[in-house]
Design a protein around this ligand. Structure first.
Ligand SMILES: *Cc1c(COP(=O)(O)O)cnc(C)c1O
Length: 232
């Protein structure tokens, strides 16, 4: 059984060190604890250790867990989002990290309006151009943003990536730099402000922070290895 309290303390310490190394403000980086596959009883330990923001990747699981836990907690959705789940997920979460098409964004906007919500959304970028992964390709983003900027009921928070797996966190750095540079370029091209960079997981969150992550998504470093498959 993982010592969740100790793990969280260590991660928070490393996160702070990474902000110091890179001359960033601690307040500019959020730690999202990815609680997918873990039951409420386990997640409660992280809550007791002071964690408030959690990430889930399946709508059904998220709904069940959120209904059983304190309303003070904050939740983000990080899994592949199907159109038929949008209506269910938007009332549960404050942000969706996995918007991967203009069509999905438009549909979220429509449903958000109907429900009187204004969720934050991150555009997921398939940086490595991997066939099995979701997300916009780099080339699609400029025109996507000029369309999405018109939508009134979703707030474009920034970009998100799940880069190809690198054994060595140093190699992940290149992907994080690429996402940051892409963000800078898109801001210049479109004038749309993209403040958020959702990047960095258990094995590379420190490097991601050094390269500008504003929110890191950390699961197994908190809870230990997942037993159930983690894919969506
Ligand atoms: C599972 C998952 C994470 C967390 O991964 P760990 O390696 O366990 O930290 C982060 N982001 C997304 C999108 C995930 O699906």
């Amino acid at each position: 059984m993982a010592d969740i309290t100790a793990n969280l303390a260590e991660i928070r310490g490393r996160l702070e060190e990474a902000t110091k190394r890179s001359g960033r403000d601690l307040a500019d980086v959020e730690l999202m604890v990815v609680s997918k596959t873990w039951p409420v009883s386990v997640i409660e330990e992280a809550v007791e250790a002071g964690q408030v923001l959690f990430g889930e990747n399946k709508v059904q699981d998220a709904g069940e867990k959120i209904s059983q836990m304190s309303p003070e907690l904050r939740w983000h959705f990080i899994g592949h989002l199907q159109r038929n789940k949008v209506r269910k997920v938007l009332p549960l979460v404050e942000a969706v990290h996995s918007i991967d098409s203009v069509k999905l964004a438009r549909y979220c906007d429509t449903i958000a309006k109907e429900l009187g919500l204004s969720p934050a959304v991150y555009l997921e970028v398939n940086l490595g151009g991997e066939e099995k992964k979701h997300g916009f390709t780099k080339g699609e983003l400029e025109s996507a943003l000029t369309e999405l900027r018109e939508l009134q009921n979703i707030r474009i928070a920034g970009l998100m990536c799940i880069p190809p797996i690198e054994e060595d966190a140093g190699k992940a750095r290149g992907w994080f730099v690429a996402l940051r540079e892409l963000r800078d370029e898109l801001e210049r091209q479109t004038g749309v402000v993209l403040p958020g960079l959702s990047m960095g997981m258990s094995h590379d969150y420190e490097v991601a922070i050094e390269e500008g992550a504003t929110i890191v998504r950390v699961g197994s470093a908190v809870f230990g290895k997942r037993i159930k498959p983690a894919t969506d």
